[in-house]
Design a protein around this ligand. Structure first.
Ligand code: ZN
Length: 217
């Protein structure tokens, strides 16, 4: 799962108190998906689609690469179960957003989820896709110990650094998820970005975003 997909998540068996959105979204999402009517699901789908399209446009990310779908997906990281609200497909560079997993009515939470997935798309295109040996990113990528010591910026991305130590996910997955969380913070909560993101990750992110056509500058 980690090899092919990167995931925006909602904790099922635990909260994510370090993240400003995921925890709440879980609580509200669980309550709302229990007995949704067809009408309320359709209205929610339209609302999610509109917010996702607006956020993609704001960041200059091609809207046709994002599909808003019904349903939800479950997965686990480092032994902890999550419900997926979004997936990034590495092979195609496309994003799936699961409308039934995000039935709360907070615009910021939907923006956070789609921004996280756009962050994966940027990382995949600019770093994994280009294999920037000798580029300005190489110095950041060579900093494995520093990146690891400063680990994730939210409890969600930190769980991948714990997973790396436990051998349940790869270094690439930890980098990918942390970058996606950095991008989501930068896009939706600049104050928290300034407060929570360590200098090593800020510098890495800034260099990548200079090369990327996507993102709010
Ligand atoms: Zn992710």
């Amino acid at each position: 799962m980690i090899n092919n997909l990167s995931i925006t998540s909602v904790a099922v068996d635990g909260d994510l108190p370090g993240h400003p959105f995921h925890g709440n979204q879980h609580m509200m999402g669980e309550a709302a998906v229990k007995h949704p009517t067809e009408g309320s699901r359709a209205r929610n789908m339209e609302r999610v689609k509109a917010i996702v399209a607006a956020e993609a446009k704001r960041q200059g990310f091609p809207a046709h690469l994002i599909k808003v779908l019904p349903g939800e997906a479950k997965f686990s990281v480092n032994g902890k179960n999550f419900k997926a609200a979004g997936l990034f497909h590495h092979a195609t560079g496309t994003v799936s957003i699961y409308a039934d997993a995000i039935t709360d009515h907070n615009k910021m939470q939907i923006k956070d989820i789609v921004s996280h997935e756009i962050g994966h798309a940027i990382f995949q295109k600019e770093i994994v896709g280009q294999a920037h040996a000798g580029s300005s990113f190489a110095k950041h990528m060579a900093n494995k110990e520093v990146l690891e010591k400063n680990d994730g910026v939210t409890s969600y991305s930190r769980s991948y650094w714990k997973g790396l130590k436990a051998g349940t996910n790869t270094y690439n997955a930890a980098l990918h998820e942390t970058f996606a969380e950095v991008h989501a913070l930068h896009s939706t909560n600049p104050k928290e970005f300034d407060r929570a993101v360590k200098p090593a990750w800020k510098e890495f992110y800034a260099d990548v975003m200079k090369a990327s056509k996507v993102g709010v500058k």
